[in-house]
Design a protein around this ligand. Structure first.
Ligand SMILES: Cc1cc2nc3c(=O)[nH]c(=O)nc-3n(C[C@H](O)[C@H](O)[C@H](O)COP(=O)(O)OP(=O)(O)OC[C@H]3O[C@@H](n4cnc5c(N)ncnc54)[C@H](O)[C@@H]3O)c2cc1C
Length: 495
């Protein structure tokens, strides 16, 4: 018997970075069937994403609010039919923090969901949520009831269906990507048919849409697993980079460890030679957990140190010294799981109009980690790019999604660069990205698809051996190719 508790409804998407949905509130407001619809009125709308480098003209940008009910389904069907008859693409986006137009339909209909609707099932340890809900809203709903998202990214701005559609991972362990925590979802196919998908119902569609970048259907709501929120205590271990993979494997195999990540030093001279492993274990006292706060002063202080590294090798050394010597003392206190993951991207914002933050991410097996570190040493320090950070995470095997980046358990290396907004920097970043992908695919690894579209088509096929299968299935489901974005136009659609 399920005990559903209604927790939240209709919260605005004020946290959207880059182009600000909130500023569209004064646009035309045609209302139909209970679903609020905000439409940008001109054909000159240009959408961008978190990179600031993806400016793409769209035909229109619509924000749909309201619950995932018949009115929303009717509105999506209407837009799909209209797009099909106009021969234009359609694509749904959430925070548009992907960095290469993966949530932008060139010349087409861009839809953003601006709503949350979250119902907890405390006994079944799950919640049913609107596809457009953001993790900050989920945490706000789960935290007072003593629960926490099972897997989400390290920041809280992203949309739920978007997270499923890139099949993102986090740093709670020992889990695989977020798709592994989704029990079922409802999705509108390009034909307009509404389907329920899970591991046992329409399982082929479930596997295609998981990490399917919105190319299979429009997800409207989802049933997602949650875990108990817990009080945790950190441990810090500094080691040579060569000792990291075995130490990380031991931490993952330790049932007491529930969250874990690593770091490597980033000064050019000694690049990636030292490692830091941070693990969190439950404390004996799990009573009276405090409410999940947002960014604390420590996150803000860490962000200032992070920025001060720009062009300053001495500061990169200082940050490493601070993170390995001072940080463990400052961060030694207990903290809740929810407080650790309730971190907005804005905390890291560079506020520098001449630069942009660009992420890369690579996935390699534990046995290939040393070769990966060597590849990074060979390629990154010689480049013109400012490398600011790498975080190492664990991703359990994902044999469900068609476009899986972890067919075996892998270490994920999330890298942050600060890129100058010049053509020279963009060309250098493209060269660097291709060089890294080449080395990573040579050792059997993969790169992550939501970032800059610099890979070659051959590199995509090498990193994602099922990409052609995915493209074939997509063409069969969507012969008019209504659901499209840059990932289809430049990559999958070319296979
Ligand atoms: C600062 C930062 C930190 C990050 N940290 C992590 C991390 O810790 N782990 C990790 O794995 N990734 C991480 N990422 C990558 C991130 O998970 C992706 O960029 C993700 O796409 C962001 O979510 P979004 O809401 O911005 O998605 P969007 O860019 O808006 O959309 C992503 C994709 O989902 C599709 N989509 C969205 N909604 C729907 C829907 N309702 N139905 C069907 N398709 C839909 C879109 O079409 C698009 O293809 C990070 C990115 C940034 C910028």
């Amino acid at each position: 018997m399920k005990t559903w508790t209604r927790r939240a409804a209709l919260v605005g998407a004020g946290g959207v970075a880059g182009w600000g949905i909130a500023s569209l509130i004064n646009a035309r407001l045609p209302v139909y069937d209970g679903t609020r619809r905000i439409e940008l009125p001109t054909a000159e709308t240009v959408l961008n994403d978190a990179s600031g480098l993806s400016a793409t003209p769209v035909h229109k940008h619509i924000t749909l609010s309201g619950p995932s009910d018949d009115a929303l389904i009717a509105a999506i069907r209407q837009e799909l039919a209209q797009a099909k008859s106009d021969k234009r693409p359609l694509n749904i986006g959430a925070a548009r923090h992907s960095m290469g137009g993966q949530a932008i339909p060139r010349g087409g209909t861009a839809i953003t969901f601006d709503t949350t609707d979250i119902d907890l099932d405390s006994t079944g340890l799950s919640y049913r949520a609107h596809a457009g809900a953001r993790w900050s809203q989920v945490i706000a709903a789960l935290d007072p009831a003593g629960f926490s998202p099972k897997v989400m990214q390290s920041n809280n701005d992203f949309g739920l269906a978007a997270t499923y559609s890139v099949n993102a991972h986090g740093w709670p362990v020992p889990f695989g990507p977020m798709g592994s925590t989704v029990r079922s979802l409802r999705m509108i196919l390009p034909t307009g048919d509404l389907v329920t998908c899970s591991r046992t119902e329409n399982s082929d569609l479930f596997a295609l849409a998981m990490g399917g970048y919105g190319l299979i259907g429009v997800i409207i709501d989802m049933d997602i697993e949650m875990v108990k929120n817990t009080r945790l205590s950190p441990r810090f271990a500094v080691m040579d980079a060569s000792a990291f993979a075995p130490a990380f494997r031991d931490a993952i195999n330790d049932p007491g460890v529930t969250m874990a990540y690593g770091r490597l030093n980033v000064e050019r001279k000694t690049f990636f030679t030292k490692a830091l492993l941070i693990t969190y274990r439950e404390t004996s006292d799990q009573s009276n957990l405090p409410a999940a706060s947002g960014s604390g002063w420590l996150s803000h202080a860490a962000s200032r140190l992070y920025r001060a590294q720009l062009g300053n090798e001495t500061f990169k050394s200082f940050r490493w010294w601070n993170e390995t010597r001072i940080g463990p003392r400052l961060a030694a206190g207990d903290v809740t799981r929810n407080a650790l993951i309730n971190e907005p991207v804005a905390t890291l914002d560079d506020r520098n109009p001449s630069r942009t933050d660009i992420l890369h991410e690579y996935f390699v097996g534990f046995d290939a980690f040393e070769a990966f570190v060597q590849a990074c040493r060979d390629v990154i320090p010689d480049s013109y790019q400012e490398f600011l950070n790498v975080t190492l995470r664990y991703v359990a095997q994902d044999d469900q999604s068609v476009l899986s980046y972890a067919p075996v358990p892998r270490i994920a290396a999330v890298m942050s660069f600060s890129q100058e907004l010049t053509q020279r920097a963009e060309a250098d970043m493209a060269r660097l990205t291709r060089a890294l992908i080449e080395r990573v695919t040579d050792i059997g690894g993969a790169y992550y698809l939501p970032y800059r579209p610099h890979a070659t088509l051959d590199q995509l096929a090498a990193a994602y051996p099922s990409a052609e299968t995915f493209a074939r299935a997509k063409r069969a489901l969507d012969p008019d190719l209504v659901l499209r974005n840059n990932l289809w136009d430049d990559y999958l659609g070319q296979l």
